[in-house]
Design a protein around this ligand. Structure first.
Ligand code: ATP
Ligand code: MG
Length: 584
């Protein structure tokens, strides 16, 4: 991995980054004082995510500010002010009350990125029900699994999605009492979103909400196996808010675009909550990825802070470097990435194309919010995830029989662990208490990811514990090898696995997708192998490379190495419910 550092982000004009001195911020940080960044419910009635995201701005006189700018697939943008969002979420909360929904009931959404999705999420939180989003592209089986496991009482969807994916499941889901449908007419057995909310009052007083009351249910991406349901509580909002401010450098005057779908955790923590608690304008694009549309969106809507993912960045890179030159991208002052390791090549591409690098950060469904980040004030080390957030203690540990041993020496590979107890830590895996308990030892939460820390406290991702390759006595993280492969001009994307070998234990095998304009040949294959060998040395470089059109990915854009491996070895493919492109 590259040890070089590159210049930090473009400083916001006329001001300092929100986190301008990482070491001082960490040493002075106290959770009790951080809590004062939030308002809490009026008259000390507790803490509710939706109040922090919506009502408090309306109450503070910022009700006219645009909360959500929605870009429909076709047609003109639609703006929703904080006042309007407040009214709509109040109506939805009242509609839930009228249906008899009570605290803790699960309200699921199966919706594309349309305003009703945001109203559902925030209205459900106001009414203290638990919100659970699903990707609208899920097929009927993943939808059924989640509704059943999550004991859904209410589902909000569209008429088309209902007919296609839910109608036939109703009998199998006796707990699912109400299906609310966006778009008229509502099919038999469903209720109309419009009618319910038109009928409901626009005034709603949030009942006292405990900081520990359940709020969000998120299923993991299913990269390593069957997705797990992680439960979060209302005080997670402190983490969403704080990380929005410190790791994404958000301010109230920002136009913020998170490209993640609310079907997974990033799209909720940062695609809904964090920008709103920080009083910014959240841009929501209904359409799917399209390089030209994305550049145009950044330009036309004057996006200032942009949060995206490595797969999307690699797709932009694949679309070539001429396209971005046609657009004015100079308003973007901070760009960040999450979800997968960000290859150094992609960080540098950002620096060339946007004039500022992508800031990688690391977290998981289980952590509820960003834990480790490259901050606006910090020099970036391309390939590193950055440093832990103030209030977060991260360490490299080794599991022992009884507990864990912390590895203090730098550059040692081990499991990435976090001192348990931060506000957005998951409180349960649904119906799996033993699995939950196994994630903790000696006061640490064990992430299942392998990493290293350098002498300056930067963390470097090595790989998921399940993906690490053992070859000729070495432990090799696929990320390191993939990053070198994508340095080659012909390689757009790479996925690396270990293939059983009688001599080496495992051999490194790579799957690569080519950039447009390149044609696969033995010669090109040898060139790529030679490049990898030069950069990585003979032991760690791949022995085999295969061409693939597209690497299998989860809907949240993560390379499914377990599937590459299962296919290579002819083994069962396992849970494919989150595989991109399946069951549309
Ligand atoms: P499952 O747990 O079902 O296998 P998943 O772990 O992919 O799925 P998520 O919680 O969505 O589900 O993803 C978190 C994981 O994504 C992390 O544990 C890590 O492996 C990877 N990840 C996220 N951000 C980064 C990053 N910046 N660098 C490297 N890996 C990252
Ligand atoms: Mg995981």
């Amino acid at each position: 991995m590259s040890p070089r550092t590159i210049a930090k982000a473009r400083p916001p004009r006329g001001s300092q980054p929100n986190l301008d001195d990482w070491a001082r911020a960490r040493s002075e940080f106290r959770w009790e004082s951080a809590r004062s960044l939030l308002d809490g419910l009026p008259r000390g009635r507790g803490l509710n995510i939706a109040h922090e995201a919506v009502d408090r701005h309306a109450l503070a006189g910022r009700g006219a500010h645009v909360a959500i700018r929605w870009l429909p697939k076709r047609g003109s943008p639609v703006d929703l002010s904080y006042d309007e969002l407040r009214r709509r979420t109040n109506r939805f909360a009242n509609a839930l009350a009228a249906l008899g929904a009570v605290d803790g009931d699960r309200v699921f959404a199966l919706l594309g990125r349309i305003p009703e999705l945001y109203v559902t999420a925030l209205g459900a939180l106001k009414h203290r029900t638990v919100f659970c989003p699903m990707f609208s592209a899920f097929g009927p089986e993943p939808v059924r699994q989640r509704l059943e496991l999550g004991e859904a009482r209410v589902l909000v969807t569209t008429a088309a999605l209902y007919e296609k994916k839910v109608a036939a499941l109703r009998e199998a889901l006796p707990r699912l009492e109400h299906v609310i449908v966006v778009g008229d007419p509502a099919p038999p057995g469903t209720l109309s979103f419009r009618e319910l909310t038109d009928r409901a009052s626009a005034v709603y007083v949030i009942e006292p909400t405990s900081a520990e009351a359940p709020a969000l249910l998120h299923f993991t991406s299913g990269t390593t196996g069957t997705p797990k349901g992680a439960l979060h509580v209302h005080q997670a909002v402190l983490m969403h808010h704080l990380t929005g401010k410190l790791a994404l450098d958000l301010r109230a005057e920002d136009v913020f675009w998170c490209t993640a779908d609310p079907g997974w955790v990033t799209g909720t923590s940062y695609g809904i909550i964090a920008p709103l608690t920080n009083g910014a304008t959240l841009l929501v694009d209904e359409a799917e990825f399209d390089a030209e549309r994305w550049y145009r969106t950044l330009q036309d809507h004057k996006v200032t802070v942009w949060y995206t993912a490595p797969t999307a960045i690699r797709m932009l890179m694949k679309a070539g470097s001429e396209l971005p030159k046609q657009f004015d991208l100079s308003r973007v002052r901070f760009a960040a990435s999450v979800g997968e390791p960000l290859n150094p090549e992609a960080v540098l591409w950002g620096a060339d194309t946007l004039g500022l690098p992508f800031h990688d950060n690391w977290w998981q469904t289980e952590t509820g919010g960003i834990m480790i980040a490259n901050y606006a004030s910090m020099d970036i080390r391309p390939g590193s995830m950055g440093r832990p957030l103030p209030g977060i203690e991260a360490a490299i540990v080794r599991r022992t029989g009884e507990g864990v041993e912390v590895i203090d020496a730098p550059e040692q590979q081990g499991e990435l662990a976090l001192r348990a107890g931060w506000p957005s830590m998951f409180r349960a895996y649904l119906n799996a208490p033993e699995r939950y308990a196994k994630c903790f030892a000696g006061g640490w939460y064990l992430s299942g990811d392998l990493a290293k820390r350098d002498a300056d406290g930067y963390f470097w991702f090595v790989g998921r514990a399940d993906d690490v390759i053992k070859t000729a006595g070495h432990l090799v993280g696929p990320f390191e090898v993939e990053s070198v492969l994508v340095e080659h001009p012909a390689v757009a994307e790479a996925g690396v696995i270990g293939k059983p070998d009688p001599v080496a234990g495992e051999l490194i095998k790579a799957f690569v997708a080519l950039r447009p304009g390149y044609v696969w040949s033995d010669e090109l294959c040898s060139q790529i192998l030679a490049h990898a060998r030069r950069r990585l040395g003979p032991t760690v470089s791949p022995k085999e490379i295969a061409l693939t059109d597209d690497l299998p990915k989860t809907r949240s854009g993560k390379i499914m190495r377990r599937l590459l491996k299962a296919r290579e070895l002819g083994l069962p493919e396992g849970d494919l419910s989150t595989l991109e492109g399946s069951e549309r």
